[in-house]
Design a protein around this ligand. Structure first.
Ligand code: ATP
Length: 669
């Protein structure tokens, strides 16, 4: 055992070690920078400067020669921390990111610069010190043994480019290496000046996340574009006018100016682009990265792509327009390109189902893309959408696609929990901790340990429980009611709501700090009325589902009935459609649904003359009952004489039922 004096000698040495370390803070928010300075100085470090921009940081690096840099990502000026990071690696200065931005694309970009750590704001003093300690230790070891921690992207690309493998294979590997840093769904590499259309390279990202090389001829066929049109369009390469990021308005303008971009983006549902050019022996080559997400590209990506311009040159020289590695002859594009197998998500003929989620609309694809990005991480996800849009299904898919898939996914409907039992349900209780607690209970968080917890209708959680939840998120530990110890837990949190949480925060019903913690990665699910093109697929899906389950002989639906469904507004979204199809199948004789009785349809319909055949589902009965009570109470939900009191249920529960059942205020009047 160490004696007390021996221990204090160690901490004295540790402090001496720190004192030798000069740290530069690169942070544009003065308060945060100052806080950091105070924490570091208290711990014995020397802060040699604070820089709010990359320009200032470079100046201070030259004059102060820092040993370490704490680096924010978005800074004053047009350069980001990630731009600076590239230069720091070259200068051999170790750095740690400190940022509130945990957007997946940015994290990937940050990762590619090989930082010694990434601290998410807000953080505790202890977190900063531990991270710095570990980073310093790792850096010392690296210096001692002279080991680069992992190959840089450039080294990876160099290595792939040199491989004696077919061009298509190398391009796939290069795309996979580039994608985490500059995400794309379609990469077009073309010789922009002088122009030669035969040498275009088109890399498409498939549904499984892999890449495929597709030649122009197959592309034209898939896009239904004539060779003549293509030749005319293709003579005009994209004129980027010195710009590199094309989001929103700029992307729409680019589409108008470049018919080829328009055709590509229509076919592949592309919404943004990042363009860069490299020069090789007097010839210019354009790399156009397209993405299905709008507003995806930021100056972080331009910074990265500029850092990797040498890698792009290698791609041009050694892979795309170079010599065949085996025969040594120049690579004619037509020979190196394989026939495509297009099974990507957006191909209506091939993919209609993404992990059990049916739909092929653009809006749903945007949600899938986000889901794919976030699923493998531990990031908290907030799913937003009206009742019945499939939020729970999305939560299940996130869990299924995550490394936690073999551990439990515990679902909690916050609206259905009785007020008095919420805390014990979520965090558990010890025997005798309150009247009626006859046994000890393991809470939902503990049940989900190692896996994920899905907190549905999080907007309904009362304020007291919100405080506790916040603590769990911050401390990653729970305390059972009546227990006097805490337990560490490792749970990924997925939440969902059909409420406008920002409004809830503004009106004091939801804690702002909790909202920030949960809203790290929001996924919005579109209402069915905004993606009616998915109705035929969904109908087929439900006919198949209930055909298998029940005794109905229905296997299809007539065009006329389908048209009726597409004309309806779907206030209850997919849940409403599903129940309607299930019910209609029960009532249909033969194998084809030819008519659908839509809610509110006029008496001219097929079934209303035979009311005695009409079977109401439990949900419909519940809906009718609530509606009648609401009418009786003149729409009053809360308080004395309100519908909740008459129905003897908490008003929060009633409110969520009203939403779930698609009851609108207009129906009550
Ligand atoms: N894209 C989809 N493909 C197939 N079935 C779907 C899809 N989306 C939702 N469903 C089905 O629709 C029903 C409602 O979905 P879910 O319960 O996930 O919605 P929700 O948004 O969580 O609703 P609420 O907010 O009311 O809890 C479920 O039976 C689900 O299986």
């Amino acid at each position: 055992m160490f004696s007390k004096s021996c221990l204090s000698w160690f901490s004295y040495q540790a402090r001496l070690n720190k004192m030798k370390q000069k740290i530069l803070i690169v942070e544009d928010e003065f308060i945060v920078a100052n806080d950091l300075r105070i924490m570091l100085e208290k711990a014995g470090y020397k802060v040699c400067g604070i820089a709010p921009s990359v320009v200032k940081a470079l100046e201070l690096i030259t004059t102060k020669e820092p040993d370490w840099i704490l680096l924010d990502i978005f800074l004053q000026g047009d350069k980001t921390g990630i731009d600076l990071a590239g230069q720091l690696t070259g200068m051999g200065i170790p750095f740690i990111y400190i940022s509130a931005n945990t957007n997946q694309g940015i994290l990937e970009a940050a990762k590619a610069t090989l930082p010694y750590g990434f601290l998410v704001k807000p953080f505790r003093e202890k977190d900063l010190m531990v991270m710095l300690d570990i980073a310093r230790y790792r850096h010392e070891q690296n210096l001692k043994y002279n080991q680069p921690s992992q190959p840089s992207l450039h080294t990876q690309i160099e290595h792939i480019a040199e491989k004696q493998e077919p061009v298509a294979d190398r391009l796939k590997q290069i795309s996979a290496a580039l994608h985490p840093v500059v995400p794309f769904d379609f990469l077009w590499i073309t010789k922009s000046n002088p122009r030669t259309s035969t040498k275009d390279i088109n890399m498409v990202r498939l549904a499984d996340g892999k890449f495929s090389l597709i030649d122009n001829q197959s592309l034209l066929k898939a896009m239904n574009v004539s060779v003549r049109d293509f030749k005319t369009w293709n003579n005009s390469a994209i004129n980027a006018n010195g710009k590199s990021i094309f989001n929103g308005y700029d992307f729409r303008k680019l589409r108008m100016e470049s018919p080829w971009t328009q055709a590509l983006s229509d076919h592949y549902q592309l919404e943004s682009a990042l363009i860069t050019e490299v020069e090789r022996a007097g010839e210019w080559f354009q790399f156009v990265f397209f993405n299905q997400l709008s507003d995806l590209y930021t100056k972080v990506h331009t910074g990265i792509i500029n850092q990797f311009s040498k890698s792009l040159e290698i791609i041009v020289d050694k892979v795309v327009y170079g010599k065949d590695p085996v025969s040594g002859t120049p690579l004619p594009a037509s020979n190196i390109i394989e026939k495509p197998v297009i099974t990507r998500v957006s191909d209506p003929e091939n993919t209609q189902d993404f992990n059990g989620i049916t739909g092929n609309s653009k809006l749903l694809h945007a949600a899938f893309k986000k889901l794919e990005l976030v699923a493998p991480d531990d990031t908290s996800v907030l799913i937003l959408g009206e009742s019945g849009t499939g939020k729970e299904k999305i939560a299940q898919t996130i869990h299924k696609l995550s490394p936690r898939k073999n551990k439990p996914l515990v679902t909690v409907n916050c609206a259905a929990l009785p007020l008095t039992l919420i805390e014990s349900e979520l965090f558990g209780h010890e025997k005798g901790s309150f009247t009626g607690a006859n046994d000890k209970r393991i809470g939902k968080f503990e049940q989900a340990d190692g896996g994920s917890i899905f907190l549905d209708e999080i907007g309904e959680l009362p304020l007291e429980a919100q405080v506790k939840l916040l603590r769990v998120l911050q401390e990653k530990e729970i305390e059972r009611l009546g227990g006097n110890y805490t337990k560490k837990i490792n749970v990924r949190i997925i939440t969902a709501t059909n409420r406008n949480l920002e409004k809830e925060v503004a009106e004091g019903r939801f804690r702002l700090d909790l909202y920030y913690r949960l809203n790290v990665f929001p996924i919005e699910l579109p209402a069915l009325r905004d993606r009616k093109e998915d109705i035929p697929l969904l109908v087929d899906h439900f006919i198949a589902k209930y055909g298998k389950k029940g005794s109905s002989g229905v296997t299809q639906i007539s065009d006329a009935a389908l048209n009726e469904l597409q004309d309806y507004d779907w206030p209850g979204n997919i849940r409403e459609l599903e129940h309607l199809i299930e019910r209609t199948m029960l009532l249909t004789e033969g194998d084809t649904i030819t008519h659908i009785e839509l809610p509110g349809a006029a008496s001219a319909n097929h079934f209303s003359s035979e009311d005695h055949f009409k079977v109401k589902t439990m949900e419909e009965m519940e809906r009718d009952h609530i509606l009648n009570v609401l009418k009786m109470c003149k729409g009053k939900v809360f308080g004395a004489g309100g519908a909740a009191e008459i129905l003897n249920i908490p008003s929060t529960t009633l409110n969520s039922k009203i939403k779930k059942l698609g009851i609108k205020f207009e129906f009550v009047k």
